[in-house]
Design a protein around this ligand. Structure first.
Ligand SMILES: C[S@@+](CC[C@H](N)C(=O)[O-])C[C@H]1O[C@@H](n2cnc3c(N)ncnc32)[C@H](O)[C@@H]1O
Length: 243
């Protein structure tokens, strides 16, 4: 049995998805509050930047993978308008329900689908844009997921991967201190779950850095990949074109 990482622990590949599901089942109801608290609201700016780079036109077809509580799906839906389509997907039912309920409360009815990024239930060449925000890090076979994202894109289609990345060196120590001391405490206080936020801090350190992810996207079939560092590399937006 092949092994992989779950945060800093080594686990059988077959166990990782179940463990990740446990994390998101546990945090789903407090997910939006925790995002605002942990990032001091910065995740909103990172997502707003992603929507700008997406540069969507009315009528385009978008797939939001690991869409969770639906921040990107909602913003994309406003850009593509009634003639376009945004499919809001996630592997986790609790997260997808939170997102769907939030979108409905805001008057948006989007197609919603329980979908594993590693085995997407969509036809080849059927989307203009695919997004995955803070989701790739949690996937067991990132190479398979990226290849699937490429498969469902039309030729010339764009993939946007918004994810935690490698922070600039002078900021590493304070960022590590914050991640390993404050995040689990915030998780314990506001979500009753320190372990999931310890996993968050560890999984960020195990995720491929900017250059490695760019190379992985090229291998998956994206002929051109731009990397945008945000907040000194706390997060990076990788924008790939299928060509
Ligand atoms: C940190 S949340 C991100 C939610 C949302 N995109 C956002 O930016 O707020 C990560 C999401 O990735 C989802 N996820 C993890 N593994 C996945 C997979 N293999 N396929 C699809 N979604 C997955 C989780 O269920 C979770 O909802």
């Amino acid at each position: 049995m092949s092994q992989t990482h779950f945060g800093f622990s080594t686990v059988d590949e077959s166990e990782k998805a179940t463990k990740v599901r446990g994390v998101f089942d546990s945090v789903a109801s407090k997910y939006d509050l925790m995002n605002d608290l942990m990032s001091a609201g910065l995740h909103r700016a990172w997502k707003a930047y992603t929507v700008q780079v997406a540069n969507l036109k009315p009528g385009e077809r978008v797939l939001d993978i690991a869409g969770g509580t639906g921040d990107l799906s909602r913003a994309f839906a406003r850009k593509v308008g009634e003639s376009g389509v945004v499919v809001h997907t996630d592997i986790n039912e609790a997260m997808l329900r939170q997102g769907r309920d939030r979108l409905l409360d805001e008057g948006l009815i989007l197609p919603t689908s329980l979908a594993d990024a590693e085995k997407l239930p969509f036809k080849s060449e059927s989307f203009d844009l695919v997004s995955v925000a803070f989701g790739l890090r949690n996937m067991t076979h990132k190479d398979l997921a990226l290849a699937e994202m490429c498969r469902v894109l039309k030729p010339g289609g764009r993939l946007l991967v918004l994810e935690f990345s490698r922070i600039a060196e002078p900021l590493r120590k304070p960022y590590d201190w914050y991640s390993f001391n404050i995040l689990p405490k915030l998780g314990s206080l506001f979500a009753g779950d320190a372990e999931s936020y310890k996993y968050l801090a560890e999984s960020i350190r195990m995720h491929p850095d900017q250059a490695t992810l760019k190379a992985m996207m090229k291998t998956a079939g994206f002929g051109h990949v731009d990397v945008h560092n945000l907040s000194a590399g706390i997060v990076a937006l990788h924008a790939g074109i299928k060509c």
